[in-house]
Design a protein around this ligand. Sequence first.
Ligand code: SAH
Length: 419
Amino acid sequence: MASERGIRNNGAAATPRSTPVPATDARPQVRPTTEGWQQKMGPDGRPVLQFAEPKRGKPPVHLADLTPAERVARVTELGLPGFRAKQLETHYFTHCTTDPARMTDLPAAQRDELVAGLLPPLLTEVRRLRTDNGDTIKFLWKLHDGALVESVLMRYPGRITLCVSSQAGCGMNCPFCATGQAGLTRNMSTAEIIDQVVQANAAIAAGELGGKKRGETTPERVSNIVFMGMGEPLANYNRVMDAVRTMVAPQPHGLGMSARHITVSTVGLVPAIEKLAAEKVPVTFALSLHAPDDELRDELIPVNSRWKVDEALDAARAYFDATGRRVSIEYALIKDMNDHAWRADLLAQKLIARGRGWVHVNPIPLNPTPGSIWTSSEPAVMREFVRRLEAAGIPTTLRDTRGKEIDGACGQLAAADGA
Ligand code: SAH
């Protein structure tokens, strides 16, 4: 039904435009109009972009907000010996616990004080939903001020991936994404980001993530992180980078993960991409492109009004040059909107113009948000899109969408709806 409405919408769009559609591609051009909700517009008639967060109370300071030296200082401030910091770090990062009763290596009289001072509760579980035969769990968390965020845990052969949130809400206002529709509530703190991983590790250790195959040798911890939950990670740059540093810090000071197994995904904040390239942490970088032409991308990704397709692609290429890490281009395939053969060709052309071997493309079928008039591309159209990119020599992997039934799939993390 959605697709029929999508097609009918063509031509009836309020502002008809003249995207060139070659005669060989006779399918209609659907424009990104919204239905069932109102996209917030600024006085200039463009979708509002929120970079600064509204003023709100900060979450309590937590061990994961501090550097190892600051943790020792904090323990000392509490009048306790500094070496207790390392014991607390081990309990938190390695044993995934904040329960004083389990900290038997600490004097009973000091445990409550240490936990209250360094491990305050940050994420309160509201709901936990399972799907994909238990291979996928969606967590809905309430933060100290009532803001809601989600993370999604997924077992794949040989790896366990956690999709984390970096902001409560998002200010980037992309009309196809559920998170953007509510605007930005606030940035998450470093420890709120890290605690999603620690709590996921605790759930795995408790045997809650199903789907383990006989003989499977994957360590029972989160091995991969994708910053593809709620929020625009590069709009919360410092806290996200501090979280990444703690993820890769060896135990007991951090989670001991590999930077290459951490993916930072962005709408394309070019100055922040340049900053990221200069960090000494070679994370995997993903650019949410979704259209190779500015005319369509201006509407799909409102931040394109600041940094155009070519600037975002130049920054992605520069990321590869600085780190040697092949970058990912994310492309949600939306029926009759961005899935035309000529767009696959234009995308291939723009990528190859910047060299070979530096990039791969991840098309993903759109997950329509509730009330959306858009729908995912037809399978044959998706295959053709992929075929054209591959024929041009661009490695391309059609991504699957996990967690659809529990609204845990890409772009569907609308915590307010799930509460
Ligand atoms: N703000 C960041 C990360 C969050 S979203 C970014 O935009 O990259 C993670 C990915 O999911 C992005 O590529 C985003 O464009 C995509 N996405 C959002 N809504 C989607 C939807 N409804 N269907 C498919 N992918 C979607």
